[in-house]
Design a binder for this molecule. Structure first.
Ligand code: JB3
Length: 218
């Protein structure tokens, strides 16, 4: 993987956050692939813009590393679709770890994992391919996180938590130790998870104040 240049797929906030991490690490970004830039223009203005994913095919798989800058939100499969398409074509996705993150030497991050600023990944934990460990998320010891997950900012996992594939954990969720969360599940913002969650679940977190009700009704 040494010294290969990077091509970032996506031109939004997630791509910009990744680009800044890579630029700080003096990595060479040779292009951004996106139909439009919707964030991070200050960074992207000096990087060549390719408007179509087909443009990636201009580069040989062995010459570059791809960075999946398309974020991950519930019910949207674009991130995973792009990852699977170019993986199948032989391209390699870089694993990105922010300098400000603390990742144990005894943890395992699969291809394309992204550990954003200020995260902690403790000893014995494993993270599956193409998963986003977003800003200020803490994964304690011996957790197993599946592929194509998104642990949104401020997620906290105690020890031995198992999260299966394609799980979206929203901002500020807390999970106590030895809990399993089944695949294709959405955990809502701020939820505190104290028991196992079956696959294909939706768990609501903090609920917004419903308009028209006064404080006493909430
Ligand atoms: O929650 C956090 C902290 N971040 C979210 C992130 C995980 O996911 C963020 O708030 C967003 O919800 C999302 O980030 P993302 O993907 O950067 O969102 P957005 O700002 O909508 O940017 C999507 C980018 O993908 C835009 O630049 C689109 O033009 C681009 N795009 C859309 N379709 C595409 C395609 N790019 C490529 N290469 N191919 C496409 O098919």
């Amino acid at each position: 993987m040494k010294n290969k240049p990077f091509l970032i797929i996506g031109g939004g906030g997630h791509a910009a956050a990744l680009a800044e991490i890579l630029i700080k690490q003096k990595k060479r970004i040779i292009g951004v692939v996106s139909p439009e830039l919707t964030a991070g223009n200050i960074l992207f203005e000096n990087i060549e813009l390719f408007l179509n994913d087909e443009d990636i095919l201009k580069f040989r798989p062995e010459d570059i590393l791809l960075v999946n800058g398309i974020g991950s939100m519930p019910y949207k499969s674009l991130r995973e679709d792009v990852y699977n398409r170019f993986k199948k074509l032989g391209y390699e996705f870089a694993t990105v770890i922010a300098d400000s993150a603390l990742v144990s030497d005894y943890s395992t991050l699969k291809c394309g994992v992204q550990v954003m600023n200020n995260c902690v990944v403790n000893i014995g934990s494993k993270v599956g391919e193409n998963t986003i460990i977003n800003t200020s998320t803490s994964i304690d010891h011996d957790c197993i996180i599946g592929a194509h997950c998104h642990l949104a900012p401020g997620t906290t996992l105690s020890g031995q938590v198992v999260i299966e594939n394609n799980v979206h954990v929203a901002t500020g969720v807390n999970v106590i130790n030895n809990i399993t969360i089944g695949h294709n599940t959405i955990i809502g913002v701020g939820a505190n998870i104290i028991k196992a969650i079956p696959a294909n679940s939706i768990v609501y977190g903090a609920r917004e104040i419903i308009k028209g009700l006064d404080a006493n009704d909430c």
